[in-house]
Design a protein around this ligand. Structure first.
Ligand SMILES: [Zn+2]
Length: 320
């Protein structure tokens, strides 16, 4: 339940604002802009200075010389895997910006971190859970900033690039681990062995009625006990939580054949399970970089770009 609660609250935080001195860059921009790397780290360091529950760490240096950032959130001040293991808490890892242009997870995480660590909201969520946040995974790609990197999305005004400085797609690198970023991530994962990984993405213009879709790996490659628990316990609680929050959601899906939509849809996650842990993905509709109270979504079926970059004639692309 607590793990489900984390995923629900992360998604709900995409749509909430809290005006005060602790406003994030995203909130101050009226949900139009996302902060650069330096601004993101500065906000996290401010959080860490103000709250004994937050610790800022790094877990590697990548090709252009930047540090990979990690935030540890723990109500008892346990900031190492060894200390957390002794406390017997569940570890949840929230990964944002594996595709750096899909950055809603970073902005939602900063708001949620602030809400818990500074405002002391929903603090019961930390009773049995330690949370790790990677606010930006593809850091070099994130800093390749520009307004036209994700032209199918409706925000933010400027955003990062999909692949790394070495043109590697980190979301295709979990097994081959060519990228220094992925090698560092796998070392981090092995050290902490999180019980749940939440991998945050954004659609690149897919247009449907759902505010957000989720992916849970329930395929035969997952250990049977985990698969059973995911299907019978985790997913029903997640769906129920989102319904109670009034946010329309469904399982991640895509068209089976881009050249022939009449062949129908498929759904599910096509990613390797890591160390027999549960991996889930989130994919907000377009981008949540908008004020839901001030704007409305485009009409269902409206296509903002007549042809995508593949030349397939569809305005939608599978990007999970
Ligand atoms: Zn993605």
């Amino acid at each position: 339940m607590l793990r489900t609660g984390w995923l629900v609250l992360l998604l709900v935080s995409l749509l909430m604002a809290q005006p005060n001195d602790w406003q994030t860059f995203y909130e101050k921009s009226n949900f139009k802009r996302t902060p650069r790397y330096a601004e993101t780290i500065a906000f996290i360091e401010k959080l860490a200075q103000a709250s004994p529950w937050v610790d800022y760490q790094t877990f590697g240096k990548i090709p252009q010389g930047r540090d990979l950032p990690l935030v540890v959130l723990d109500k008892d001040g346990h900031f190492t895997p060894e200390a957390v293991r002794q406390s017997d808490k569940v570890v949840v890892l929230v990964l944002s910006g594996i595709h750096a242009g899909e950055i809603d997870g970073k902005d939602a995480s900063l708001m949620l971190l602030r809400d818990i660590a500074i405002y002391r909201k929903m603090t019961n969520l930390l009773d049995h859970v330690t949370v790790l946040f990677v606010p930006i995974f593809n850091v070099d790609g994130h800093e390749r900033f520009g307004p036209y990197n994700r032209i199918n999305q409706n925000g933010p005004a400027e955003m990062g690039w999909r692949v790394t400085a070495q043109n590697l797609n980190l979301n295709r690198d979990f097994l081959k681990a060519d990228a220094p970023e992925m090698q560092a991530f796998l070392r981090l994962f092995q050290r902490w062995l999180p019980d749940l990984l939440i991998d945050c993405h954004v659609t690149d213009g897919a247009d449907y009625q759902y505010v957000v879709t989720y992916g849970l790996d329930k395929s035969p490659q997952v250990t049977p006990a985990l698969r059973r628990w995911t299907k019978t316990v985790f997913e029903p609680l997640l769906v129920e939580g989102m319904e109670q929050a009034g946010i329309l959601t469904t399982e991640y899906f895509w068209i089976r054949d881009r050249k022939d939509p009449t062949r129908g849809l498929f759904r599910g996650v096509l990613s390797p399970p890591l160390f027999h842990r549960i991996r889930s993905g989130t994919e907000p509709h377009f981008s949540a970089h908008r004020n839901p109270h001030a704007e409305t979504l485009p009409p269902a079926g409206e296509c903002h770009l007549p042809h995508d970059s593949t030349g397939s004639g569809n305005c939608q692309r599978p990007l999970f």
